[in-house]
Ligand binder design. Structure first.
Ligand SMILES: Nc1nc2c(ncn2[C@@H]2O[C@H](COP(=O)(O)OP(=O)(O)OP(=O)(O)O)[C@@H](O)[C@H]2O)c(=O)[nH]1
Length: 303
């Protein structure tokens, strides 16, 4: 019998636009989530997907040098059972394309070097390379640019060698509890994190007075064309007195909570955040359903 040890950690997937990151992600995630629908080049540091298989959970993010603040935020929010801190991303998967090497690739390489994290170089779109003879010397040249763990030629589109990448991601994970429920995928988890940030601020600014039954529902989580996230957070409490407590004198407390939450959200998502918050007293059955939805057990979010 194998034991129940689980492994979990952050894996960065980086590469200039159009190298096939989304295609690789979809191949890795087995079409569980369509990431190609996200707007290209507008997001930084965000969770791209969560790959959970058996005892492994790889959290795929899109930046190599996660700032300490962000790491702390993720850690604080997600790692409930264990208190171990996240030092770095465990591995960087650096995507380039065929036999090309561009200025943008060079820029990404600099970031990879700065981060100091182990890195595998994934040469994508090899199915497109007409001159197969040219591939080997090209790979050799790439190998001289940095001390990559390994260089893997793949075709994300055809699925060639994608399993090798997946295994390398899993092998890089340290032992630890899962940070997300097993069925979590990217969009939901962003909402989940937004609500966790709100909860955390509520707790911090209202202390023990806030009952456990308080829930936060993220009613809107939308990105506009300029890359700003518009997040509406609804705080549901049981009594008017609790509502007053959260709102505070002339709304001061809710304002502070909102400001702090917004700052953390911006850090975590790496995007400008426009956050609206309001507090409502929940009443009856309909709100129970809401509360459940806010925990992610209801309909899928499509916002
Ligand atoms: N021939 C071939 N085409 C690929 C492969 N992988 C991706 N592509 C194509 O390359 C184009 C860009 O792929 P994406 O996955 O959207 O690239 P991306 O890096 O996510 O781009 P951004 O979202 O702009 O960062 C698409 O037309 C893909 O179909 C591959 O292995 N072989």
């Amino acid at each position: 019998m194998t034991n129940n040890t689980t492994r979990c950690g952050l894996i960065a997937i980086v590469g200039r636009p159009n190298v096939g990151k989304s295609t690789l992600l979809n191949a890795l995630l087995g079409q569980k989530v369509s990431i190609t629908s996200r707007k290209p080049q507008t997001t930084r540091h965000r969770i791209l997907g969560i790959l959970t298989e058996e005892s492994n959970q790889a959290i795929l993010v899109d930046t190599p040098g996660l700032h300490t603040e962000e790491k702390r935020a993720i850690n604080r929010l997600m790692n409930r059972a264990a208190s171990s801190s996240i030092a770095e991303v465990e591995l960087i998967v650096f995507l380039v394309e065929g036999t090309h090497w561009t200025q943008d690739d060079e820029l990404v390489l600099q970031k990879v070097k700065q981060s100091g994290a182990p890195c595998i170089l994934v040469v994508n779109k090899v199915d497109n390379v007409e001159d197969k003879e040219a591939l080997l010397p090209h790979l050799q040249k790439l190998g001289e640019m940095h001390s990559f763990e390994t260089i893997v030629p793949v075709s994300a589109l055809k699925g060639d060698n994608v399993d090798t990448i997946k295994q390398m991601c899993f092998d890089a994970l340290p032992e630890g509890d899962f940070w997300f429920p097993e069925d979590y995928i990217t969009d939901r988890s962003s909402r989940f994190m937004a609500s966790e940030i709100m909860r955390e601020k509520l707790m911090r600014f209202t202390g023990d007075e806030l009952p456990y039954s308080t829930t936060v529902e993220i009613e809107q989580f939308k990105q506009d064309e300029y890359g700003t996230l518009h997040i509406n957070a609804l705080v549901l409490v049981e009594r008017n007195s609790q509502k007053r407590m959260i709102i505070g004198n002339k709304g001061e407390k809710l304002k502070t909570i909102g400001q702090e939450a917004r700052r953390d959200m911006q850090n975590l998502f790496g995007q400008k955040v426009f956050l609206e918050t309001w507090v409502k007293v929940k009443s009856g059955w309909a709100d129970d359903e809401r509360a459940l939805r806010s925990l992610g057990y209801g309909d899928d979010y499509s916002g």
